[in-house]
Design a protein around this ligand. Structure first.
Ligand code: NAP
Length: 278
């Protein structure tokens, strides 16, 4: 008899991760034997943690901040998305080879396919923010064929580095208002400001063309001030929760052997968890 597959999510900190809720729900829904646990690992212990995965009986797992680049470096094999993004969030073994993928771009695209029809026809997109998640978003936009991608960031140099890597344009976040009339699609990746949307961003939303699509990958709060302003203007929007749910699908399938569905019950369970303030 073989042991039930064991998977994990690791980060530092990791207490707020909703991945155990997602994978635990799917294991129950599908009636599968298996487990998925949260493991806090500080950066100086991460290499040792990876080295012990096989001995600890893990088939693979997820990696989050701040370990995604270290996981990339530690993998013997990586898929094309991981190579393009330069970070790994999903690990498994191929034989003895630790193998990594980055499923954030897949999650981003799958969420928009579900909730923002027509996004793949966008010709011009703006990405607000230039951090780790923005890399996956820009990769996804380029892979979807969005020809003209502009990255605007508080720290302009970071936007420039990201734009250089993906053949995009770059600017400072103060340029959003002036450039807004040319964007078919807006993707925010900056944390939501608890004080609300900056007045310049409100004016930028007003200046978007008729029919522009707006999405935020931030899902706490579920309706960010940016999405609220876009919806108030009558624009179609998609929140970021589906990206979190969909990015988990490929890992689950690799570890547990079944492809799970992103359903309304799972979405509702995660929304309840967010409302619970954890
Ligand atoms: P990150 O690497 O720390 O990057 C954060 C970005 O936001 C940077 O571009 C930063 O600008 C900008 N920023 C931060 N505070 C700002 C402020 N007060 N004003 C203007 N810009 C600000 O973070 P990340 O990994 O990219 O994640 C970004 C967000 O996406 C997080 O909230 C995360 O939870 C969310 N996320 C969601 C999913 C999902 O599945 N839905 C997946 C990944 C991430 P500077 O470069 O100037 O510092």
């Amino acid at each position: 008899m073989t042991d039930a597959p064991k998977a994990f999510v690791t980060g530092w900190p990791i207490s707020h991760s909703r991945s155990p809720l997602i994978h635990g729900t799917w294991l129950r829904e599908l009636g599968l034997a298996g487990s998925y646990e949260k493991i806090a690992v500080p950066p100086d212990a991460f290499a040792r943690f990876l080295g012990g995965l096989r001995a600890d009986g893990f088939v693979g797992g997820n990696v989050t901040i701040p370990h995604k680049e270290a996981a990339f470096a530690a993998c013997a094999r990586r898929d094309a998305a991981a190579e393009a993004i330069g970070a790994v969030n999903t690990l498994w073994f191929e034989g003895d080879a630790l193998t990594g993928s980055n499923t954030d771009a897949y999650g981003f695209s799958a969420n928009l396919d579900e909730r923002l029809s027509g996004w793949r026809e966008a010709e011009t997109a703006v990405v607000l923010g230039a951090g780790g998640a923005a890399r996956a978003v820009v990769h996804a936009l380029k892979a979807a064929g969005v020809a003209d991608v502009t990255i605007l960031n508080r720290t302009r140099e970071r936007a420039e580095r990201l734009a250089d890597a993906f053949g995009a344009e770059a600017g400072g976040e103060g340029e959003f208002e002036a450039l807004a009339p040319r964007f078919d699609l807006v993707v925010n990746t900056r944390p939501a400001d608890p004080d609300g949307l900056a007045p310049a961003d409100v004016r930028a939303i007003e200046a978007l063309p008729e029919g522009a699509l707006v999405t935020d990958i931030v899902y706490v709060p579920l309706e960010t001030p940016l999405l609220a302003a876009a919806a108030a203007r009558g624009l179609r929007t998609a929140d970021g929760l589906g990206m979190l749910l969909h990015q988990a699908v490929p890992g689950f399938e690799r570890w547990f052997g079944r492809r799970p569905a992103v359903g309304e019950a799972l979405r509702a369970a995660v929304i309840r968890d967010i409302a619970g303030g954890s």
